[in-house]
Ligand binder design. Structure first.
Ligand code: CP3
Length: 342
């Protein structure tokens, strides 16, 4: 069984001798080979140049032989293709070129067809990566959830507590719905394009779903995600990353996602049981452990594996993206422990 087959079997909840493993943000600043490429090209050039995006996507596969490669890109390419660009600030934060708050601005956003045309570089990158992986390693596409994208777009930056977006929800519900309709269509069309160009599975990042609050999570975020998933080919494996919202396991499963990806707040076995046992779970090692020692990493990995022992449908991952401060020897210890080599 090769890595791609193992990954897809885990998505289908088939029993496996060990879980497949990959890490969110596995291509990034903790890798010296990524920093070397970043010294020559800025982030957006890496994202927009298919040959460079392919090279970065493959860097962690070459070093660690993960079971899945994730397209090197960013969730904010959708707002950009809709007509709201973004850039990085000196302090490292993200800024949209302008905050999106007026009805005219929402009306002026591009349609889903234009979004896919503008993101043709992603389709080209996926085809190049797919050819390099040659069916051996699973290839993941991804997008932000409509709510998480709306948070960046309306706040105009990293969302903080999303006060402006909440204000729009409360005071201008029609405008909020119009924005969410456009985002839902764009995200669905973009994911379909990724599937047509070689993605084996796609992950929807609802990184800021917790800003909805528990009572409004279904209405403000999950309902739109369910519509995105319904617009994809039936039974296609979709992973839903729901940072901070692991307590909503059954609602997460009701979106139609086949894999639920959660942070480290709750054991995966509990999340899977709450979801009704029908879905696979992904996670959930605390990323900060990768700043410590191989011994502590091995102990943390073993605890996650022990929790899921004897249960089918587990994809090993972190509970959130790997940090730039992660140490290479600790990532090696993680991978070896999952594989039973350490
Ligand atoms: O997982 C992967 O390796 C694939 C690539 C990927 C990136 N961003 C590359 C990236 C993925 C899947 C993302 C998703 C993404 N982007 C999310 C959702 C995931 C999450 O973390 O919850 C969000 C919220 C974004 C928006 C974004 N882009 C943020 C918050 C940042 C970090 C700002 C910073 O400087 O740390 C980015 C930039 C970004 N995206 C980097 C990478 C490797 C760092 C840019 C650099 O190299 O300097």
């Amino acid at each position: 069984m090769n890595a791609r087959e193992r990954f897809l079997a885990a998505c289908r909840c088939e029993p496996l001798a060990r879980p497949p493993v990959w890490l969110m943000r596995q291509a990034g600043r903790f890798l010296p080979e990524y920093r070397a490429l970043k010294a020559r090209h800025d982030f957006l050039t890496l994202v927009r140049t298919p040959e460079l995006a392919t090279e970065v996507t493959l860097q962690p596969i070459k070093r660690f032989a993960f079971d899945a490669a994730i397209l090197f890109s960013d969730i904010l390419v959708i707002p950009e293709a809709l007509g709201q660009g973004y850039h990085f600030c000196e302090d490292g934060g993200i800024r949209m070129d302008f905050p999106l708050r007026q009805a005219e601005q929402v009306a002026a956003l591009a349609g889903a067809g234009v979004v896919c045309e503008r993101l043709d570089y992603v389709a080209r990158a996926l085809r190049l990566i797919r050819a390099e992986l040659d069916g051996q390693t699973a290839l993941l596409g991804f997008a932000g959830s409509p709510w998480t994208l709306a948070a960046y777009m309306v706040e105009g930056a990293g969302p903080g507590q999303a006060e402006r977006l909440r204000e729009m929800v409360d005071r201008e519900p029609t405008l909020f719905s119009a924005l969410m309709e456009k985002l839902t269509e764009a995200v669905a069309a973009y994911l379909r394009m990724q599937i047509e160009n070689g993605a084996d599975a796609v992950q929807i990042f609802d990184s800021w779903g917790a800003l909805c609050g528990d009572a409004d999570y279904q209405r403000l975020s999950l309902g739109w995600i369910r519509r995105v998933i319904a617009a994809l080919p039936g039974d296609f494996p979709v992973i839903l990353f729901a940072k901070g919202m692991a307590a909503h396991a059954s609602a997460l499963a009701a979106t139609g996602a086949r894999v639920i990806s959660v942070d480290w707040a709750r054991p995966l076995s509990v999340v899977q049981a709450d979801a009704g046992g029908r879905v696979a779970v992904q996670g959930n090692l605390e990323p900060g452990l990768l700043d410590t020692t191989p011994g502590r990493v091995r102990a943390g990995v073993r605890a996650v594996l022990a929790d899921m022992e004897g249960r089918a449908g587990h994809i090993f991952n972190l509970g959130h993206g790997i940090q730039p401060s992660a140490r290479i020897e600790n990532v090696e210890a993680l991978v070896q422990t999952v594989r039973g080599e350490a």
